[in-house]
Ligand binder design. Structure first.
Ligand code: UDX
Length: 441
C-alpha cells in the first residue's frame, strides 16, 4: 500500500520504517527540513537500537522516502498516518495544533478519490471527531475519507522490537471497510487485533499509560512504607507479582517514571476527566506520588550530609531510563536542580544522554560519559538510571575512588549483601540502609 506518515518523531519514524520493512511504500513527512535531509542520508534523529540499519536498507530498496514537501506527501497516498507530537499545554491538556495542521494539509494537497486517515498520535478522546470536522470544513474535491484511531504502545529503547512484536493492535473506526484495510496493512506482523469504536480506541491508549503509571506509583508508595517497617520491596514486589492477576511487570520501585509519555498522558487524562466533570482523584495522587519520589531520595541524603554546599556529588544516569538519550521529565533533572540550588558541585554521568543535558545548566553542573570521572573524589553519589554500565560498575571501586563512598541508589541496582561486604554506605528505595553513617560537614 502507498502510505504517508506525518511526523518523524519516535512514533512516526518507527512506524514508517516498520511499514516499509513489511513491504509497503512509505513516505515520511516532516516540516523540519534539516531532519528530513539527515534521514535521507540514513541518519536517525533518535537514539534507538536497530533503527539506523532499517532506515538504510529500506531507503536502498526504494520503499522508504523522506520529504518536507506537502505536495509529495499528501497528493496520492491511500493512507495517511498522523504521528505528529501533541505537546502538553500549560493546564496539562494536549496541544492539537500539529494534528490540525496535518488535517488542513490533507485537504489542501490531497488529490486522491479515497483516503483513510489513521491517528497514531496520542490524542484525547473526541479528537478524531474534531479531525473529521476540520477536514469536512475544507474538503473541496469530493474525496471520500474514513478515520481510524490506531494508538501506538511502543517504548523508547525497545521501539523496534515493540513495533514488530507488540501485544496488540487497536483499530477503532466507524467504517468496517477502513478497519479491514488497516487490518490488512498490519497482517504480516501476526499481532492480535482488537476492533473498537473510535472513542474506545482513543481511551485505550490513555487508560493503558495511566494504569502503568499507577502500578509504578503504587509500588513506590509500598516501598516508602517498607523502609519504615523493615520490609524489603524487592521481595514484596516478587511476592505480589507471582499472583497472575497482578503480574510481575512494572513493579520496580525507584525514583518514579519519566519520559515523554507517562507524565504528559496522565496529566492529559486528569484534564480530560475534568472536562466531563469527573475528578480523577486516583490519577491525581499517582502524579503527586511520582513528583515526590525523587525528592524523597534527596531527603534521605540530607539526613546524612546536612549540607550539599561545595561538595562534589556524582549523579549516575541522566536519561529517564536506560537505552535512550531522552531526558524529558527525567528524575535526574529534579535531583540535579535541587543539588544545584544548594550549591553542590555536580558531575553527572550518562553513557549516551550526557551530550543532550550539557547545555541545560550555566554553572555548577558538569556532564561526562566517564563514570570514574564522575565518582573520583565525590562525597556522595546518586544512582538515577539503571544503565548496565552502572549496574556492572564494580562496587568496591566506590570505596577506592570516592572521597567518602556514600551511595543513594534510586534504582536498587545492588544486592544488599554485596553492598555490606564492600564497605560502602548504601541507601536504596524500599530496603534497609546498609552500613549507614552520619557525617557532619
Ligand atoms: C511508555 C509505555 O510503556 C508505552 O507503551 C507508551 O507507548 C509510551 O510510554 P516509555 O515512556 O518509552 O513507554 O517507557 P517505559 O519503559 O514504559 O518506562 C517509563 C518510566 O517508568 C521510566 O522512567 C521507567 O524508569 C519507569 N518505570 C518502569 C519504573 O519506575 N518502574 C517500573 O517497574 C517500570
Amino acid at each position: 500500500m502507498k502510505i504517508t506518515v506525518a511526523g518523524t518523531g519516535y512514533v512516526g519514524l518507527v512506524t514508517g520504517v516498520m511499514l516499509a520493512e513489511i513491504g509497503h511504500h512509505v513516505t515520511c513527512f516532516d516540516i523540519n527540513e534539516e531532519k528530513v535531509e539527515g534521514l535521507k542520508a540514513g541518519k536517525s534523529p533518535i537514539y534507538e537500537p536497530g533503527i539506523d540499519a532499517l532506515i538504510v536498507s529500506n531507503l536502498d530498496r526504494m520503499r522508504l522516502n523522506f520529504t518536507s514537501n506537502r505536495d509529495c506527501a499528501y497528493a496520492y497516498p491511500e493512507i495517511v498516518i498522523i504521528a505528529v507530537g501533541t505537546p502538553e499545554e500549560e493546564d496539562g491538556s494536549a496541544d492539537l495544533s500539529y494534528v490540525k495542521m496535518v488535517a488542513k494539509d490533507i485537504t489542501k494537497y490531497g488529490k486522491q478519490k479515497e483516503l483513510i486517515i489513521v491517528t497514531k498520535s496520542t490524542v484525547p478522546v473526541g479528537t478524531n471527531q474534531k479531525i473529521k470536522k476540520w477536514i469536512e470544513e475544507d474538503l473541496q474535491n469530493g474525496t471520500k475519507f474514513d478515520l481510524v484511531s490506531n494508538p501506538e504502545f511502543l517504548r523508547e529503547g525497545s521501539a523496534i522490537k515493540d513495533t514488530f512484536h507488540g501485544d496488540r493492535i487497536i483499530i477503532g473506526s466507524e467504517s468496517k471497510l477502513a478497519a479491514s484495510v488497516i487490518e490488512e496493512l498490519y497482517s504480516p506482523l501476526n499481532i492480535p487485533i482488537l476492533h473498537t469504536d473510535i472513542e474506545s480506541a482513543e481511551m485505550i491508549k490513555y487508560a493503558s499509560n495511566a494504569f502503568l503509571a499507577t502500578k509504578i506509583s503504587f509500588i513506590n508508595e509500598i516501598a516508602n512504607i517498607c523502609e519504615k517497617v523493615g520490609a524489603n520491596i524487592e521481595d514484596v514486589s516478587t511476592g505480589i507479582g507471582l499472583d497472575n492477576r497482578i503480574g510481575p511487570k512494572f513493579l520496580q520501585a525507584g525514583v518514579g517514571y519519566g519520559g515523554s509519555c507517562f507524565p504528559k498522558d496522565t496529566k492529559a487524562l486528569v484534564q480530560l476527566a475534568g472536562n466531563v466533570k469527573h475528578k480523577f482523584d486516583l490519577l491525581e495522587s499517582v502524579i503527586e506520588v511520582n513528583n515526590n519520589q525523587p525528592l524523597l531520595l534527596l531527603q534521605k541524603a540530607r539526613e546524612v550530609v546536612d549540607s550539599f554546599k561545595g561538595k562534589k556529588v556524582a549523579v549516575l544516569g541522566v536519561a529517564f531510563k536506560p537505552n535512550t538519550d531522552d531526558i524529558r521529565e527525567a528524575a535526574s533533572l529534579t535531583i540535579i536542580n535541587e543539588l544545584n540550588k544548594e550549591q553542590a558541585i555536580i558531575v553527572a554521568y550518562d553513557p549516551v544522554a550526557h551530550l543532550k543535558a550539557k547545555d541545560l545548566y550555566k554553572q555548577g553542573v558538569f556532564f561526562t560519559n566517564d563514570i570514574r570521572e564522575a565518582l573520583t573524589d565525590a562525597t556522595l553519589a546518586f544512582i538515577i538510571t539503571e544503565w548496565d554500565e552502572v549496574k556492572e560498575f564494580p562496587i568496591e571501586k566506590y570505596v577506592e575512588i570516592m572521597e567518602t563512598p556514600i551511595i543513594f541508589d534510586g534504582r536498587n541496582c545492588y544486592d544488599l549483601h554485596k553492598a555490606k561486604n564492600s564497605g560502602i554506605s548504601y541507601y536504596s528505595v524500599g530496603r534497609q540502609a546498609v552500613n549507614p553513617l552520619i557525617i557532619n560537614s
